[in-house]
Design a protein around this ligand. Structure first.
Ligand SMILES: Nc1ncnc2c1ncn2[C@@H]1O[C@H](COP(=O)(O)OP(=O)(O)O)[C@@H](O)[C@H]1O
Ligand SMILES: [Mg+2]
Length: 281
């Protein structure tokens, strides 16, 4: 696809997305205000993977929800392709949001169980009137092929697929609008280790082919390290550390990050136990 940012992966270019001082305030059950996201600033560059890691409740999904317009920020701004996402409205906002897609943790509940895979994949294209209904079969087959699923899956319902296969359909659907950015929120967290690896490999291959950037959100530091070029560590709504995508054990300085690292890189025996677990493919 063409866009006015020029070619991707050129290096040294302008950010695709900037979050500036993003804050979201909620009230807890005692009516006390707290910041689920607290002055979060970051950049995502074209074609890269920015990882966001942090324990459950650290504010990762709240950040994602603000970026895709599901939650309004209490403060701060989001600049995408040079435009302030909070300031553009209506048709323009809809057009901008086309370029940011998302993939969720549980593809089982993300899809309408009454819709066939063909319709799930083609829905965004039909919503944006980018294809004619007559092209649904052909389009579904093309995207199923892209995510290494058989063409015949187009006639199936989501519950007739395994978790890993459903996640591939989620990826196919996210790709249909040729986004510049895909936000992946815990996309492999519901999958077994071996299936997880296949899905991560697929995401990497697609990034190489299409130059799409990922904002890769996950509580598992090992998975984030495998995927990301750069990593932000979140704790209680704040970014507590910024790390490179490799050698994080050496680079990490903050006690919170060190704790996360210790919990992930367990003794060898525990890892062996995890890998020996029964897997469903
Ligand atoms: N709509 C909401 N109303 C009140 N509190 C919320 C809401 N959404 C999330 N929270 C709270 O904000 C904090 C961060 O949640 P979340 O962004 O889902 O974290 P993560 O994705 O890192 O697990 C949690 O304490 C959560 O309970
Ligand atoms: Mg979450």
């Amino acid at each position: 696809m063409t866009n006015n940012t020029g070619s991707r992966k050129t290096g040294g270019e302008a950010p695709l997305l900037s979050g500036r001082h993003l804050t979201k305030t909620f009230q807890n059950s005692n009516k006390r205000s707290f910041n689920a996201c607290d002055d979060v600033s970051f950049e995502v560059y074209p074609g890269e993977t920015l990882g966001i890691v942090g324990e459950s409740g650290s504010g990762k999904s709240t950040l994602m929800r603000m970026l895709v317009g599901l939650t309004e920020p209490t403060g701060g701004e989001m600049i995408f392709l040079g435009k302030d996402l909070g300031a553009i409205k209506g048709k323009d906002a809809r057009e901008m949001r086309r370029h940011i897609q998302m993939i969720f943790q549980d593809p089982g509940t993300a899809f309408d169980p009454r819709m066939k895979i063909r319709d799930i994949i083609c829905e965004p294209l039909l919503n944006y009137r980018l294809i004619d209904k007559k092209l649904k079969d052909e389009t579904a087959e093309k995207f199923l092929h892209m995510v290494e699923l058989p063409a015949g899956f187009k006639d199936r319902y989501p519950q007739q697929l395994s978790g890993g296969q459903r996640q591939r359909v989620g990826i196919a659907r996210a790709l249909t609008l040729e986004p510049e950015l895909i936000i992946c929120d815990e996309v492999t967290s519901a999958l077994d280790v071996s299936v997880q690896k296949n899905v991560l490999d697929l995401l990497k291959r697609l990034q190489k082919e299409k130059g799409v950037a990922y904002l890769f959100i996950c509580h598992d530091l090992a998975v984030v390290e495998e995927m990301a070029d750069r990593i932000l560590v979140m704790n209680q709504g704040k970014i507590v550390e910024r790390l490179p995508g490799t050698n994080i054990r050496k680079a990490a300085k903050e006690p919170y990050t060190r704790k996360l690292i210790d919990s992930v890189f367990e003794p060898k025996s525990a890892i062996a136990n995890r890998q020996n677990r029964q897997t469903d493919i």
